[in-house]
Write a protein that binds this ligand. Structure first.
Ligand SMILES: Nc1ncnc2c1ncn2[C@@H]1O[C@H](COP(=O)(O)OP(=O)(O)O)[C@@H](O)[C@H]1O
Ligand SMILES: [Mg+2]
Length: 228
């Protein structure tokens, strides 16, 4: 599977989603390469922390690539089962070339007005790239959702997105949880920590596998129900 995590907004949770998907796929025994295309190199630094920990956590290979990454993704696809590409938070050569090579584009978005405003330009970019990559699947993934039931931001964001033409919203939900911040600083995935974030990532990975390998025989791990 070739999965790109990209958006034109910094801080929307791209690296968090990329590293967590990578860990969950590795835990399922899949051979995973994380490609960091962001000059900030947060995913590569996370991978360094993970390998330096030296315990028996499943290995996530990581490499940095800049510029036109199409060839690098194609080459990696011969050697790895799954390639997760972490993009920077802006329109760039890396983002555009990765979009031409990916099977799935996940666009993490916080349920805030400023993040929602980037959806329209992202849609234009997706339409443009579709001339080169017709089969690209894209999903907007709401992240850092408030857990408090009285905060209506997520509901409002979903309504606003449903009104936009051509936006496919992922049914998976990533809430704002300390576990995501803790995991990233320790080179972990939230699936390696206790708590409800674990099930959120497992549900997301099931969704991704369902989109890209619908007839494949994949290991369904025990998913706790997602609790808020
Ligand atoms: N679901 C979440 N819950 C809590 N904190 C999060 C979550 N997702 C991301 N963060 C935090 O928000 C910040 C930005 O996330 P990051 O994944 O680096 O975004 P991006 O890669 O899009 O710039 C980081 O400090 C990260 O730990
Ligand atoms: Mg990042």
């Amino acid at each position: 599977m070739r999965i790109l995590i990209g958006s034109e907004k910094g801080g929307s949770g791209k690296t968090t989603v990329a590293t967590n998907i990578a860990v969950e796929l590795s835990r399922r025994g899949r051979d995973v390469l994380l490609i960091d295309t962001d000059p900030q190199a947060s995913a590569r630094k996370w991978a360094d922390r993970r390998s330096q920990a030296g315990d028996n956590r499943p290995r996530v290979h990581c490499t940095e690539r800049r510029g036109d990454v199409f060839g690098a993704i194609q080459d990696a696809a011969d050697r790895y089962q799954d390639i997760i590409i972490d993009a920077g938070g802006r329109d760039s050569e890396e983002l555009r070339s990765a979009m031409t090579a990916a099977e799935l584009l996940l666009v993490p978005l916080r349920p805030s007005q400023l993040d929602l405003e980037t959806v329209t330009t992202m849609r234009k970019l997706i339409s443009l790239v579709r001339s080169f990559n017709r089969s690209l699947i894209d999903r907007v993934l709401l992240t850092q959702m408030p857990t408090h039931r009285l905060i209506r931001e997520t509901h409002d964001a979903r309504e606003a997105l449903e009104e936009l033409d051509g936006v496919s919203l992922s049914p998976s939900r990533i809430y704002e949880r300390k576990a995501y911040r803790d995991a990233v600083t320790q080179g972990l995935g939230v699936v390696e920590l206790p708590g409800p974030a674990r099930a959120e990532v497992q549900v997301l990975v099931e969704e991704v596998i369902g989109l890209l390998e619908p007839s494949g025989c994949h290991t369904v791990t025990q998913c706790d129900s997602v609790t808020v």
